[in-house]
Ligand binder design. Structure first.
Ligand code: M6R
Length: 608
């Protein structure tokens, strides 16, 4: 989604801002722009499309200055074109605003401002902010921004510069992430640490309702009523090479191949194999409170929701606690049953997904304790939950989530062990699972070592129009995840189903043109899935099977097989999903598509 970067310091801002925008490209965008205080006034450059277009515009007509803001826009209000690109400017051309989020009352504000004589040039909700700040500008830029924001309904992360009160950036947030990067005699503002990591690791996270005034001399943070707020500085532990491609053609492939490591990191120091138990330091919960939990709600979106479905199966099977896994976007708008003994597990790679955050807040309002399974340290969900389990997957840049998914499943397995071993799981069973978990990184590596086999399968199916993914039990959510991976990066229509559901409708689709991916490791439902494979083959479907053993019963039924190592039932998703990630990747790249920035998608969906 939209990205913000700003700079105030002693260096030329243009190249720093462009570099920052490039680091935000992965988030998804369709236009970009930059505004600079050049000493005499404000100058802007904007371009539709890629940052390279903006760079060309800046190179063709350079702008210079040491205070500036820049933006990548993911269109919500108005088409992705140069006019709607940020920064937006007021009538006097002395104020420039970049904005992430949505101004919900923009239409009413626009009408009032037009009546007062303001002239609008774009279709965006953001432009009202520029005119509102203009309307309220009497003394300082920060006072004008605060007065304007007090009239606004909706969500915002903004950065504002003005030639009337130069040498400063005013930044503010409500519902859309924003942070200050602290350098030596220079400061940054950004919506994502990736934008500034090459410049500084010291950051100050703004919280909702806070405004920052940032100059070369330092920064002051206050609330929207100008009451000062004390803020701590956090240190970012991610390395720069983690947000670079490191020799891979795409971030997605790099991240698929990082999984042996990311899985290790998700488990590091958290498994006590001897006792078949897990240690999760950040849960922030007493033994007494833990034992009182009698129902769990898991809420998330997209891939994170798929890992939640696996968590539900693990916890119900082993810990015998009822679990409900819900789309965050649905949970927040219905009347869910939440009790004081409910634990709401909130899963999010980014920790910023608007629906997931809202669902967590709703669960809290209803009295549940919340536990975040989040990858991005310092993200909003991580800061607002009652306790948390960081995934330690490292930055995930590819829009298609891969390593975050496997780390989420690990996080859920650890959580399950914590609950189950306090209830009726034996030490022997706990130990069996713990040992199987420890074997996973090497097993994933074995799969990755045979990636080329999947590339050959992809070559056969790269022109398919549709795909079905079928699995049962723990591998039904993997079927959903495999289908999601394929559709989001290859634009091929794909559906995931529980394998037995096929005969209740989707079977009508099966003919010789329909590739069907079966996720069929030798687990407790293997025989059932084998029957489903028979049903597809009988109708001429092409069967691609991810399985774990040679199976005489399947002889002649499978067109293409990808073999994975064996593990315990509940951990198969970590092994079965990897070939599906590879299949999606290879098909998409063979179709010549940009897998890291698929059309219409954003890495973190910070609007409802
Ligand atoms: O950052 P989150 O985990 O909260 O994001 C949730 C979904 O938007 C995300 O998983 C999305 O479905 C991915 N593009 C899937 O690859």
């Amino acid at each position: 989604m939209c990205g913000i970067v700003g700079y105030v310091g002693g260096r030329g801002a243009t190249s720093l801002l462009i570099e920052g925008l490039k680091r935000l490209e992965y988030r998804g965008y369709d236009s970009a722009g930059i505004a600079m205080n050049n000493g005499n006034g404000l100058e802007t450059r904007k371009a539709k499309g890629k940052i390279s277009m903006l760079e060309a515009a800046v190179n063709g007509n350079p702008i210079h200055g040491t205070v500036g803001i820049a933006h990548t826009r993911w269109a919500t209000h108005g088409a992705p074109n140069e006019c709607n690109a940020h920064p937006h400017i007021d009538c006097t051309k002395t104020i420039a605003v970049v904005h992430n989020g949505i101004i919900e009352n923009y239409s009413a504000l626009r009408t009032v401002l037009k009546e007062k004589g303001h002239v609008f040039v774009s279709e965006t909700d953001t432009e009202v902010l520029a005119h509102l700040i203009e309307e309220n500008f009497e003394t300082t830029l920060e006072d004008a921004v605060m007065d304007a924001l007090n009239l606004v309904e909706g969500t915002f992360g903004i950065a504002v510069v003005s030639s009337r009160d130069k040498d400063k950036i005013v930044a503010a947030r409500k519902g859309s992430p924003l942070l200050i990067g602290v350098g030596d005699g220079e400061y940054f503002v950004a919506s994502d640490v990736a934008a500034i990591l090459a410049q500084t690791r010291e950051v100050v996270y703004l919280d909702d309702g806070e405004v920052a005034v940032i100059t070369r001399e330092g920064y002051q943070v206050s609330d929207l009523g100008a009451r000062p707020v004390r803020k701590g500085v956090s240190r970012i532990e991610w390395d720069l090479d983690q947000i670079e491609k490191g020799g891979f053609d795409h971030f997605m492939m790099k991240e698929i191949f990082e999984q042996p490591n990311s899985i290790t990191n998700a488990m590091r120091g958290r498994i006590v194999v001897e006792d078949g138990y897990s240690k999760l330091g950040g849960m922030n919960i007493t033994r007494d409170e833990l034992e009182k939990i009698d129902n769990i709600i898991i809420t998330a979106c997209g891939t994170s929701w798929h890992s939640g479905l696996i968590g539900e199966l693990m916890i119900e099977e082993n810990a015998r606690i009822p679990v409900e896994t819900e789309y965050a976007s649905e949970f927040r708008y219905r009347n869910p049953i939440v009790t004081p003994n409910s634990l709401c597990v909130v899963i999010s790679q980014s920790g910023e997904t608007a629906d997931t955050l809202a669902a967590m807040r709703e669960a809290k309002r209803r009295g549940a304790r919340t536990l975040g399974l989040v990858n991005v340290v310092g993200s909003t969900i991580a800061r607002e939950d009652d306790g948390g389990v960081y995934l330690h997957a490292g930055p995930e840049i590819g829009v298609a989530s891969t390593k975050a998914f496997t780390s989420q499943v690990i996080g859920l397995a650890l959580l399950m062990l914590k609950f189950a071993r306090r209830r009726d799981m034996s030490v022997a069973r706990g130990r069996e699972i713990a040992m199987a978990m420890e074997a996973l990184p090497a097993q994933v590596q074995q799969i990755l070592d045979r990636a080329k086999e999947m590339e050959m399968i992809a070559e056969k199916f790269k022109d398919a129009q549709n795909f079905l993914y079928l699995g049962r039990g723990y591998n039904f959510p993997v079927a959903l995840e495999g289908a999601l991976k394929l559709k989001e990066i290859s634009y091929i229509h794909a559906e995931g189903y529980p394998a037995a559901e096929m005969k209740h409708g989707p079977i009508a689709l099966i003919d010789e043109n329909m590739p069907v991916v079966f996720i069929a490791p030798h687990d407790s439902v293997f025989d059932k899935v084998a029957s489903n494979i028979q049903e597809v083959k009988a109708r001429g479907g092409k069967v691609i099977c991810v399985t774990s053993r040679e199976e005489p019963a399947l002889k002649g039924l499978i067109d293409y097989e990808f073999r994975i190592p064996e593990t315990v039932d509940m951990l198969y998703p970590i092994l079965t999903v990897v070939p599906l990630q590879l299949l999606a990747y290879y098909i998409a790249t063979k179709r010549g598509l940009d897998v890291d920035q698929p059309r219409n998608l954003a890495k973190s969906v910070t609007v409802e």
